[in-house]
Design a protein around this ligand. Structure first.
Ligand SMILES: Cc1cc2nc3c(=O)[nH]c(=O)nc-3n(C[C@H](O)[C@H](O)[C@H](O)COP(=O)(O)OP(=O)(O)OC[C@H]3O[C@@H](n4cnc5c(N)ncnc54)[C@H](O)[C@@H]3O)c2cc1C
Length: 349
């Protein structure tokens, strides 16, 4: 067992967790990051939409991030946190291999899990020919024949969104989507082709997506497939501390609610990145990590200031000191003589 009591234990070493750790390290805080090494965008070849890092491999970004955390005195370990519990002076995090770590504050930056529809060949193409976010992949597939898989009510919106990147959009209803009259009008207005029937497979040749085959046998030649996944916060650790995930207003998944500085409803427990913001991209998750790091530092400063005040007055509170002073010194406690005005010296006896 590591007996160090860290200022902050961070579970999750993605963009959010590492950014928070860097912020806290630069604030002279002792920080431990525990990471299981499965960031959400691992299947993608490059990160897009991150100013100054366009196209960088996701693993490279995290490796640089880890070095920065270490350079400010932080510690990063590989491990899978399975539960956490409150202790008299903070939190203890328990790993799958029974290691235990304790900290005064806990930040959970575990990201989210994309639940993919169970269609043959789809998982193998995830992050390559099968994409979800036009801001991450739209430029790379601009002008191509793009399919959109019907997975729920948001798929019509997704088809209209991807229409910005290509004129050749085909929406596969996949026996799960029934557009409203208004949506049919919008799809027709934007020349989106709509195909009825359940999708059986995502087809590929030499690892490159080539088309979609329906259960009834017909095939469609598409070069990319957009799929709206169900996004589930990886919130087991937070739930072990009594928090519950909330349904996202869009219906796209579940997340953990926090305030603007990352504080959850459980005192001392914070969350940042995709676990609390399903829509966060890498740069957003990193920014939330910075804000939450600052929020945790402020919370620790408040606690330390309280300790300092209590320690300064020993067994006496500030209020009792003031009361005793008033009884003994009367108005002279302000530097004034009784019955005299300021600057006139002590009262005559
Ligand atoms: C295929 C794909 C491509 C994408 N492309 C882009 C893109 O081009 N640009 C962009 O901005 N965004 C992109 N995204 C979105 C991007 O992945 C997220 O915005 C980003 O990963 C969120 O960062 P995060 O730190 O919140 O979570 P993550 O990056 O998922 O990091 C969470 C970390 O926590 C760890 N963890 C989880 N549970 C535990 C546990 N119990 N114990 C220990 N560690 C744990 C995980 O191993 C992981 O390392 C893409 C997403 C996908 C799916």
């Amino acid at each position: 067992m590591d007996t160090t009591r860290y200022d902050v234990v961070i579970v999750g070493g993605g963009a959010a967790g590492l950014s928070a750790a860097t912020t806290l390290g630069r604030a002279l805080r002792s920080v431990l990051v525990i990471d299981s090494g499965t960031p959400r965008n691992a299947p993608a070849a490059g990160i897009h939409g991150y100013l100054s890092r366009d196209g960088m491999n996701p693993g490279e970004l995290l490796s640089i991030g880890r070095s920065e955390v270490l350079s400010y005195g932080g510690t990063v370990i590989d491990g899978d946190a399975v539960s956490a519990r409150r202790t008299p002076d903070g939190f203890e995090v328990i790993l799958g291999d029974a290691r235990r770590f304790s900290g005064r504050r806990l930040l959970v930056a575990t990201g989210l899990a994309d639940e993919l529809p169970p269609i043959d060949g789809l998982r193998e193409q995830w992050g390559k020919g099968v994409v979800h976010c036009p801001y991450c992949h739209g430029w790379e597939i601009r002008g191509q024949r793009i399919g959109v898989l019907g997975t729920g009510p948001l798929s019509v919106h997704q088809a209209l969104l991807f229409r910005q990147w290509s004129r050749e959009i085909t929406l596969f209803l996949n026996d799960t989507l029934e557009p409203t009259d208004e949506e049919w009008e919008k799809l027709a207005g934007r020349s989106v082709t709509v195909v009825d029937g359940a999708v059986a497979s995502v087809d590929a040749v030499d690892g490159v997506l080539t088309g979609i085959t329906l259960r009834q046998g017909s095939s469609f030649d598409v070069q990319a497939l957009a799929v709206g996944t169900r996004m589930e916060a990886r919130s087991a650790l937070l739930e072990s501390l009594g928090l519950s995930s909330q349904v996202h207003p869009s219906g796209a998944g579940r997340f953990i609610e926090t305030d603007a500085m990352g504080a959850t409803a459980v005192r001392g427990v914070f969350a940042a990145g995709n676990v609390s913001n399903l829509m966060a991209q890498v740069i957003t998750a990193a920014a939330e990590g910075v804000m939450t790091g600052a929020g945790i530092n402020a919370d620790l400063i408040e606690e330390e200031t309280r300790w300092a005040v209590d320690g300064h007055f020993g067994p006496f509170s500030a209020a009792s000191e003031a009361a005793v002073s008033k009884i003994l010194l009367g108005i002279r406690r302000h530097g004034l003589g009784d019955g005299q005005t300021a600057g006139m010296g002590p009262a005559a006896t």
